[in-house]
Design a protein around this ligand. Structure first.
Ligand code: GLA
Length: 357
């Protein structure tokens, strides 16, 4: 099924956006902190044209599902929530959107912590910007995408994913200060490449995963410490007097922000990898967003020769691990990791480097 088969017309425009993987700085973005994501090769593409009736028509090739929505309808809680969310926000900014046909294809894995939803939001916003000549820059698109996710998909997320999808590339890491939105590209540590393996445990952050609860706990911790956000605490000792779970949540955020800041100093791969391992332990023990399967995968990766460091990446509660490995060795290390993971009773899948099936 292509666009023409589904809608009986040709598309007017096409746009795409990548997923992302975060190297360091997890659960720091909604605490006004620092993050270090990079774009992955997998992308979401939308083709858009004008509809012949009063309805918007959205087709997902992955789900083989067509959903029709009018401007008055309640938005269905499916893939269209991201698209309609972006459209309604653009309308609120004064950009009138006529009825459209929109066709989505994507190879960004869903539920693996690689921001398939941000890729869909940014691809949609880029497509609408091109179709309707909307004068919004890439930063603004990221802000609208984040708001769509919060208001229409129910995830009280930070801005990392949309910024990464809108502004990052696959050759560098994007250092982002999520409070000021100052950012700059950074090279990967010399002699390294990245490897991403899906744990096989799919997550849905919006559906009661604990993500929104973690965010609320951080806000409460900041309030008790008398600061605007946990970003304003640099000394890890400062959080120790808080009661559980606020001390643990804050300890993760404060230490994680410090890890990102240390990573800005052109570190050797070994030190960068150590920070990733420390980040995993912090997510597992203090932030409590890992799972037994993800812990098993991270620890398997950490023990393989040629791996500098490995950690859970993304929102957690399942999803994928990212590893920093010696250049040229990712494919071999991936095979070894998948085999050991299998022996531990789990089924993993290599996501980066991209393997063509
Ligand atoms: C999800 C959210 C991001 C960020 C990460 C955790 O991907 O969408 O805003 O909070 O989790 O770092």
């Amino acid at each position: 099924m292509n666009f023409q088969r589904v809608f009986g017309t040709l598309p007017k425009t096409k746009a795409s956006a990548p997923g992302r993987v975060n190297l360091l700085g997890e659960h720091t973005d909604y605490n006004d902190g620092f993050v270090l994501p990079t774009a992955i090769p997998q992308r979401t593409t939308v083709q858009i044209g004008f509809s012949n009736d009063k309805l918007h028509h959205f087709y997902s090739a992955e789900y083989d599902e067509l959903i029709n929505v009018s401007d008055e309808d309640t938005i269905p809680q499916k893939f269209v929530s991201y698209i309609c969310g972006c459209m309604r926000l653009l309308e609120k900014e004064g950009y009138k959107i006529p009825p459209i046909n929109l066709y989505i294809t994507s190879n960004v894995p869903i539920g693996a912590g690689l921001s398939s939803s941000a890729a869909l939001e940014i691809a949609t916003l880029r497509g609408l910007r091109a179709l309707l000549n909307i004068p919004l820059d890439d930063l603004r698109l990221a802000q609208i995408g984040q708001l769509a996710e919060i208001r229409y998909a129910g995830l009280n997320c930070g801005i990392m994913d949309q910024m990464a999808s809108s502004l990052a590339d696959t050759d560098t890491m994007l250092f982002l200060d999520t409070r000021t939105l100052n950012r700059r590209p950074l090279p990967f540590p010399t002699g390294t490449e990245i490897l991403v393996i899906d744990s096989g445990e799919s997550h849905n952050l919006a559906a009661g995963s604990g993500y929104n609860q973690r965010r609320a706990e951080c806000e409460e911790a900041a309030k008790r410490l008398g600061v605007k956000a946990l970003r304003d605490i640099a000394n890890p000792q400062a959080v120790e007097a808080l009661p559980e779970p606020f001390n643990k949540r804050a300890r993760h955020v404060v230490s994680e922000n410090n890890r990102v800041l240390e990573a800005l100093k052109s570190l050797p791969a070994e030190r960068f990898g150590q920070l990733m391992n420390d980040s995993h332990a912090s997510q597992r023990d203090d932030y409590e967003v890992s799972t037994p399967a993800v812990d098993a995968l991270a620890s398997i990766l950490q023990q393989i020769r040629g791996v500098f460091g490995a950690r859970l990446t993304g929102g957690g509660f399942g999803g994928a691990c990212v590893a920093l490995v010696e250049s040229g060795k990712a494919a071999g290390i991936a095979l070894e990791a998948i085999a050991r993971y299998q022996r531990a009773g789990y089924t993993g899948r290599v996501l980066v480097p991209e393997v063509k099936n």
